[in-house]
Each structure stands twice: as structure tokens, then as C-alpha cells.
Write a protein that binds this ligand. Structure first.
Ligand SMILES: Nc1nc2c(ncn2[C@@H]2O[C@H](COP(=O)(O)OP(=O)(O)OP(=O)(O)O)[C@@H](O)[C@H]2O)c(=O)[nH]1
Length: 380
């Protein structure tokens, strides 16, 4: 059976790395050691033994120096460089797929560097199209007790869910400091959340985070997020004490089932649609091309007809000489001698010389003398 992949995503300081460390040791204790991947190029120490570490192939500080980048730009560039090798990474994981039940991946704390970058999408897609893949969104519980902070964090999680189109588990970490019951309640009961929002507003007054416009915005957002909450599994854990990790493993199994039942079918449908759209696009452009060729053919035919006509009318027996209509009166030349210079090719050299002389005369002097010279030329 293909191993399930858990991609850990969370705001900086949410405890992702500590969570990964605990998850790793928890799975080891269950005798199902996971395959561990670190995708954070900027981390100084990885407290878990990573099977694949982005830092082995990309040196973050060198990327900063070489490409003259800031910290976030260097993270994105490092991920871009790593993404070019993602097929090799997938092959390495595939080789271990009969021995490993879980692949766990740590990502940079700067979420946007991973989620909203092309390389982040490539890496996520590569895993999601090969293995059942689940997102674990890690939340710092003690820092999310304010309804406004909580809803902002949930909004971010929501955007990640819709961006990745993968099943998601929201993991409230640090439950040793603050239990996650309040958050679970807020997610299940809109009225409880509203009451908390009102209480926060009363406590902090107009100066508070939930005042005025903000509180009405938070209210509307919480209503909108109800649909999002219904798609999630929520667990509370403590990366310090190990509390809640069995529940987290159950949530993974649940989401993997969901992935196989719904998300995989949905992904296959999207991929199939993409393929069909591409085929249609190709057929359409081929059609356009054929039409263009058809038009060109017709144009060619038209020009054939024209040249046939030309051939018949002018070239045939008259050797290109335009015949005068019999009814047309004899053309009279004002200066009969001019006719020689116009028609007789034997005077070509003479004509050339006269043009040359006229040109030189006019080129020398571009004043009214030019006109005189021209007049003289015509008179000659
Ligand atoms: N009390 C408590 N503290 C925790 C827990 N998990 C992590 N921490 C602390 O939270 C802080 C951040 O933890 P990290 O694991 O470094 O967080 P991170 O999300 O990986 O941070 P970045 O690497 O910046 O993205 C550290 O001081 C941890 O000791 C927990 O379960 N309980």
C-alpha cells in the first residue's frame, strides 16, 4: 500500500518542527518509523533525523549571496532549485513505499514562500499525485485565544485548503499551555464564537482588536467559514508532552480514506478535464490552421485565375505588347520625337544618360534652379 504523506504547514513559531520531532518519535514508538523530509532550507538545526533534507542539496546562505536575495527570496529560490529534482525525491520515496507507512514533511515557517510559490505547488502536486496526501495545519493555541487572531488564522488555513485541494487536519498545538476546547467549540457553534467576539469587544472597548468594523468583518467571516470547518478534522496536541498524537494518527487515517474516496476522484477528474481541454485546444488550433490553409489555397486559386487571365490577355500571341483597340483613334503625341525616347529601347542608354544629368543637376542645387533644370530637361 502506498504510504500516506503528511505535509506540515504552520505560521512561524507555531511549533511545526517540534511537532515533527514528536510525531517522528511517536511513530517510532509504534514501530512504524516514518520517512522524514525537511523542506525548510533556512532552519539551523533539524531535531529529527531527516531522510531527505533540502539543506543537503541547496545551501541557503550561498543562494542569498549568489543571487543577492533577502531571507524570503532565498527560501523561494532554494525551493525552486529543489523542485527541479522532485521526481528523484519521489522515486526515492517510492523505493521505500513497501516498508514505510507514513511520509512526513516539514515546510518553511514563512507559509507564503511554500504555499503561494510555484515550487511549493510543484512539490505538493508531485506528492499528491503519487501518494495519498494530507495537510496538517499547525496552530499555536495559546496565541489564538483572541477571536480576531483565531479567525485570521482560520482564513489562512481556508485559503491553503482551497489552494492545495487536499484534505486538511487543523492541529491545535501547545495544549499543555492552553487546551484547544475553546477553538473546537468556536468551530462547531457560531453563536459561541459570536458571544466570545462580543465579550472581547466589551473587554477591549473601541480600542480593542475586535472593535467596530473589524468585529462586523470577523462576524461575517466566521459565517462564511462554517462551510470550511465542515471539511476539517480538528485535533489538539502538545508537541512537548505527546498528548493527542494517537488522535492525530486516527485523523490521518480518516483523511487518507477521504482522499481516496473523494479527493483522488476529484483530482483525477480535474486532471482528466485538463487533458480533455488541452486536446480540445489542440484540435481547435489545428482547425484554425486548416482553415488558414484552406483560405490560402483559395487565394492561390484566385491568383491562378488572375495569372491565367493575364497570360491570356497580355502574354499570349502578342508577346506582352498591349494591343490597341481597333476603334481607338490614333494617339497623337504633342512632341512626336518624344515617342522615340519613350518606346524605343535602342535609346535606353541615351535616356539613362539624360536622367543621370538631370539627377546631378538637381542634386547639386536644391533651389529653384532645380525646377529650371527640370524644365530644360523636359524641353530637350
Ligand atoms: N509549551 C509548548 N511549547 C512548544 C510546543 N511545541 C513547540 N513549542 C515551542 O514553540 C517554539 C517554536 O517551536 P518550533 O518547533 O521551532 O516552531 P516552528 O513552527 O518550527 O518555527 P519556525 O521554524 O520558525 O517555523 C519553541 O520555543 C518551542 O519550544 C508545545 O507543544 N508546547
Amino acid at each position: 500500500m502506498a504510504p500516506s504523506t503528511v505535509i506540515c504547514i504552520g505560521m512561524a513559531g507555531s511549533g511545526k518542527t517540534t511537532f515533527m520531532q514528536r510525531l517522528n518519535s511517536h511513530l517510532h514508538s509504534k514501530k512504524t518509523p516514518p520517512y522524514v523530509i525537511n523542506l525548510d532550507p533556512a532552519v539551523l538545526k533539524v531535531p529529527f533525523g531527516a531522510n531527505i533534507d533540502i539543506r543537503d542539496s541547496v545551501k541557503y546562505k550561498k543562494v542569498m549571496e549568489e543571487y543577492n536575495l533577502g531571507p524570503n527570496g532565498a527560501i523561494v529560490t532554494s525551493l525552486n532549485l529543489f523542485a527541479t529534482k522532485i521526481d528523484q525525491v519521489i522515486k526515492l520515496v517510492e523505493k521505500r513505499s513497501d516498508k514505510v507507512k507514513n511520509v512526513i514533511i516539514d515546510t518553511p515557517g514563512q507559509i507564503e514562500c511554500f504555499i503561494w510559490s510555484a515550487s511549493g505547488s510543484i512539490i505538493t502536486e508531485a506528492f499528491a499525485s503519487t501518494f495519498p496526501t494530507v495537510i496538517a495545519y499547525i496552530v499555536d493555541t495559546p496565541r489564538n485565544t483572541s477571536p480576531t487572531t483565531f479567525i485570521s488564522n482560520m482564513l489562512y488555513a481556508c485559503s491553503i485548503l482551497y489552494k492545495t485541494k487536499l484534505p486538511m487536519i487543523v492541529v491545535f498545538n501547545k495544549t499543555d499551555v492552553k487546551k484547544a476546547d475553546f477553538a473546537k467549540e468556536w468551530m462547531q457553534d457560531f453563536e459561541v464564537f459570536q458571544a466570545a467576539l462580543k465579550e472581547d469587544q466589551d473587554l477591549n472597548g473601541e480600542e480593542g482588536t475586535s472593535s467596530g468594523y473589524m468585529s462586523s468583518l470577523v462576524n461575517s467571516m466566521s459565517l462564511m467559514l462554517e462551510e470550511f470547518y465542515s471539511q476539517l478534522d480538528v485535533v489538539g496536541v502538545s508537541a512537548y508532552t505527546g498528548e493527542g498524537f494517537d488522535e492525530f494518527l486516527d485523523a490521518i487515517d480518516n483523511k487518507v480514506e477521504e482522499y481516496n474516496e473523494y479527493y483522488k476522484a476529484e483530482r483525477d477528474r480535474i486532471l482528466k478535464k485538463k487533458e480533455e481541454d488541452e486536446k480540445k485546444r489542440q484540435a481547435k488550433s489545428l482547425d484554425h490552421l486548416m482553415k488558414d490553409l484552406d483560405i490560402k489555397d483559395k487565394k492561390n486559386k484566385d491568383s491562378d485565375v488572375l495569372s491565367d487571365y493575364e497570360d491570356e490577355e497580355f502574354d499570349d500571341e502578342n508577346n506582352g505588347e498591349v494591343l490597341r483597340d481597333e476603334d481607338e483613334p490614333e494617339r497623337e503625341y504633342t512632341f512626336p520625337e518624344d515617342r522615340n525616347s519613350e518606346i524605343n529601347s535602342k535609346n535606353d542608354a541615351d535616356l539613362q544618360a539624360r536622367y543621370q544629368a538631370a539627377f546631378e543637376a538637381t542634386a547639386k542645387d536644391a533651389s529653384s534652379k532645380t525646377l529650371e533644370t527640370m524644365a530644360e530637361y523636359i524641353r530637350r
